[in-house]
Structure formats: C-alpha cells, structure tokens
Design a protein around this ligand. Structure first.
Ligand SMILES: [Zn+2]
Length: 409
C-alpha cells in the first residue's frame, strides 16, 4: 500500500495518528485519507488536558486538506471521546485542525496566503474551491485570532482619519499607527465620540506614549484629542495634505466664479483649465505648463489665488515651528488684503489652528505617511467584493491592515 505510506509521510501526522486507508473517488475528484490510532491509547480531555481513557468514538468527521494533484483531499476519522473524571465524556481535539473548523490548519494557512495575495474573497474562493461563506470565515477567524494575540505596543506617532463607506452615507474613523502603517482601531461614525472610542481602546501606557497625532482640522477630532490625551495641544499636527486640500478647493471656487463672470462677457479663457490650477506646479506636463503660462499672463484672480496656494506649500519646508509661523504670518498679511474671499476664509481657518499646523516642523507626522495604507483601504473597498455591511468592511481592514498575527499555530 504505497499510497498509505506516501500520505503518512506527506501529511506529517503526529503520533499516534496513522493513515489507515486512502480512497480515491474519481467521479467526485476527491481523495479521502482515513486516519486512525492504535488500540488502548489515551487522549487528553479537551477541557483540562488530563490524559484519559477512550470512552468511545464520535461520528465520522472529515476535514478538507491541501489538494493532491487538483483532487480535493480530506482527512477522515472518527475522533475518540474520552471519559474525564471531571468533565465527563468529551470529544478530543484533533491535532491537525482548530476546534470547530472543517479545514485542516495547513489548508487554513494556505487559504490565508491566497486571501492575502489575491486581496479578494471572490478571487480566493475560485482558487481554493471554497464557498463565499467558508472563505469569509477564514478571514474572520484569522482576525479574531490576531486580535486575541495582539499585544499593546507603544504608539508614539499616530493618525486619526475618517473614511466614507456605502456611497458616503456611513462613516468610520480609523486610528493609524504611523510608524508601522497599521490600523489600530475602527469605530463607527466620524464625530467626537468616534474619536474618543478610538482612544478608549488603548491602554493607559499607549495613551501616555503618544507624542504626536496627525488629523484634519475637524473640530470633532480636536475636541476628542483634548479630552483624552494629556498635553494634546502640543501633540496635534493638522495634516498638511488636508490643509493644502482646503486651499486648493478655495482656488477652485475662485476659478469657477471667475469663469462664470468671464463667460457672461463671452470670454472662455478659463474653460477647461480646472486641473491646471489643482496640480502642483512641478507636476504639470509641458503642454499644461504652456497653457498655464498663457492664462497666467492674463492676470486673472484665479492666477493670483493659485500663486498664493503655491507659496503656502513652502510652509512645510521650514525646520522649526517659529520660522514657519513667521512665514505664514507674512503669507497671511498678503492674502488678507486681496479680494480673494474663499482663500481669505481658509487663511483665517489656518490662522486659528496655526500652532497645530506648524507643529509639523517639530513632529513631522502626516496622515499622508499612511497614504499607502489609505490606498490599500480604498482598494479593499473596491476589490474585496460582496461586503454586505460595514462590519465586514471593518473586518477586512483589520485583516489586511491590522498588522495582526493571522495564522493558526
Ligand atoms: Zn477534563
């Protein structure tokens, strides 16, 4: 019986388990490897680990194992039931699978590798020949396992950010560990309570270890940080990309208004220029640069606003907060004397929160560092199809971005 020896070898079964018979079912494309144990063995009670005599055997059970040459392969046995003096009659835990799982741990490890590589449940289920529910269950179990094992590491540099889900009708808040690019907490919503819920998942040591926290300028997150973190004012860093986004939006508002006004005078010179003003100067193509120079020479309000936007980008190049503050004040004085109302509005917003904008020069953190993480989360949203709800989306984020130890032992 060479097949018995072969499977005994490749399965690497622990003593006292032995392959007794190998069944090939060509119609079902299945191989069933029957395993058993010698008579008179003792097994451990699953509750207390005490070695006990066998009472009887449970019904036959099977576990899906790694395929053999494209044939679905199953381990089959009737697991012994022991009679524990303390816990009564109990079915033992087999060494090749976790409790309650219909797949061997080796198969489960492989399934996790496939899920990580394909990044889609649909893709993984095709390769694994498993159902959606089974495949999703691997992911869920892995997250549960990972969270159980997770140790509270220190978090000197964190970021807090919101993400829309379900076409912007629902939000979640994400707490990032910026040093490891992992997601540490995902409460629902995007208000003060959501942010407080993030921090409440951290231990006292973790809270104390936070030196800098990147966030947008939303009052909700600022309020939550001040309520939760000691000396929060010195730690908050408003995300530079978020600040620049506000400024860029103001430039766009100015362009739209000016374009409307010019069209009334039959002047289409700002038509199709939207992206010229949104792009950073060094990223313009040669053609775009030519187009930009042409419109810029017309001395329009849009051009001036764009110039101020480009100037402000240098704010974050300063080595210390004091120099950055001086630079901003100078910028502010110039902007505030213009008629560029949307830009003036943003300038005032920045001035109000200036200390926590220039604190970038001290801490150097931005949620843009988590940009890789961000695009990962967006691709999860797109690609791990079939999310029925927000909980599934959150589970997938924990699986792919949680930095968790996912594998069964
Ligand atoms: Zn027991």
């Amino acid at each position: 019986m060479q097949d018995v020896q072969l499977y005994q070898q490749i399965l690497g079964l622990e003593s006292p388990w032995k392959v007794s018979r190998v069944e090939l079912d060509v119609d079902l494309e299945e191989i069933r490897v029957h395993v058993g144990h010698p008579r008179g063995m003792k097994f451990r009670c699953p509750e207390c680990q005490v070695e006990c005599r066998i009472h009887d055997h449970a019904e036959e059970r099977r576990w899906r194992h790694l395929d053999s040459c494209q044939f679905k392969t199953f381990l089959v046995t009737r697991p012994p039931r022991v009679k524990c003096p303390e816990h009564g009659v109990k079915t033992i835990l087999v060494p090749w699978a976790e409790r309650g799982c219909r797949f061997t741990s080796l198969f489960e490890r492989f399934a996790l590798d496939v899920l990580l590589a394909t990044q889609t449940v649909a893709g993984a289920m095709c390769l694994l020949q498993t159902s959606w529910d089974e495949t999703w269950h691997f992911l869920e179990r892995a997250v549960a396992r990972g969270l159980e094992r997770k140790e509270a590491k220190l978090l000197p540099r964190v970021g807090i950010d919101e993400k829309a889900f379900a076409r912007g009708h629902t939000y979640i808040t994400l707490l990032y560990d910026l040093d490891h690019s992992t997601v540490e907490a995902i409460p629902d919503g995007h208000d003060t309570d959501s942010a407080i819920a993030c921090f409440s998942q951290l231990s006292r040591e973790q809270i104390a270890s936070i030196e800098a926290i990147a966030m947008d300028m939303s009052p909700a997150y600022v309020k939550a940080a001040k309520q939760t973190l000691p000396l929060a004012e010195q730690k908050i860093v408003h995300d530079r990309f978020h600040v620049m986004q506000l400024v860029t939006k103001a430039v766009d508002q100015i362009r739209r208004a000016e374009h409307r006004k010019l069209l009334l005078e039959d002047n289409p010179c700002l038509a199709k220029t939207k992206y010229l003003w949104l792009t950073n100067q060094e990223n313009l193509s040669e053609n775009q640069q030519v187009a930009m120079d042409r419109v810029f020479s017309l001395r329009l309000e849009t051009g001036r606003a764009w110039g101020y936007k480009e100037l402000l980008r240098d704010l974050w190049d300063h080595d210390d907060a004091g120099a950055a503050t001086d630079y901003f004040k100078d910028w502010y004085r110039r902007v505030i004397h213009t008629k560029l109302t949307p830009l003036k509005k943003v300038a005032r917003t920045i001035r109000e929160r200036l200390d926590n904008v220039v604190s970038y020069c001290t801490h150097g953190v931005t949620n843009g560092v988590a940009e890789g993480l961000n695009s990962k989360i967006m691709s999860i949203k797109r690609r791990v199809g079939g999310f029925q709800n927000r909980e599934n989306f959150k589970t997938a984020i924990k699986f792919y971005c949680g930095g968790l130890d996912l594998y069964p032992r």
